[in-house]
Design a protein around this ligand. Structure first.
Ligand SMILES: C[S@@+](CC[C@H](N)C(=O)[O-])C[C@H]1O[C@@H](n2cnc3c(N)ncnc32)[C@H](O)[C@@H]1O
Length: 160
């Protein structure tokens, strides 16, 4: 799902696999996907474009709603940069854009991209408040941080 009709149109023109479909969403939740119907929910390079924490938490809670018990959410987001990342970002900006991009966009254009970085503890809290468990964070210290969590499954005979 994507809020952009153009992104969905391009995805439909590029990907032709049985059982794969794309939908335009309303930008706030995962309607019309039904409760407890998904085995796996994945989001990649989307949360960092959302300026509002409430919107991100809304999507985490929606992921929990549509997951089947035992289903898994894998969400990529941007956490605040570690000092080493800040330093390397400074160097990249100071060096200026690569020659191939210089004519299209200068470094000043980066500041116009809306979005935000979210501390690990806030993302954990969102998962936990949505009833997800087993929260694990991967990729800390890289550009792409991931949080994995699971919707609790009912206890089976072997658990007791
Ligand atoms: C960098 S693209 C990533 C697209 C895709 N996930 C991928 O990996 O190719 C970010 C996408 O987030 C979408 N997006 C931004 N805000 C959104 C929102 N509130 N709800 C749903 N999608 C949103 C944009 O339309 C854009 O297609």
């Amino acid at each position: 799902m994507d809020v952009s009709e153009e992104m969905v149109r391009q995805a439909e023109s590029l990907v032709h696999h049985e059982g794969v479909s794309f939908q335009v969403g309303n930008g706030e939740d995962l309607r019309p996907l039904r409760d407890a119907t998904a085995d796996f929910v994945l989001t990649f390079t989307v949360f960092q474009h959302m300026p509002d924490l409430g919107l991100i938490e809304g999507y985490v809670s929606e992921a929990a709603r549509i997951l089947k018990p035992g289903g898994v959410l894998a969400a990529q987001w941007n956490k605040p940069p570690a000092p080493v990342e800040v330093e390397s970002a400074r160097r990249i900006v100071a060096a200026g854009p690569p020659r191939s991009l210089a004519r299209k966009a200068g470094p000043e254009d980066r500041s116009r991209v809306p979005g935000r970085r979210v501390p690990v503890a806030r993302i954990r809290g969102m998962c936990e408040r949505s009833g997800l468990e087993g929260v694990a964070v991967r990729g800390e210290g890289t550009l792409f941080a991931w949080v994995w969590s699971r919707k609790p499954a009912p206890a089976t005979q072997s658990d007791v």
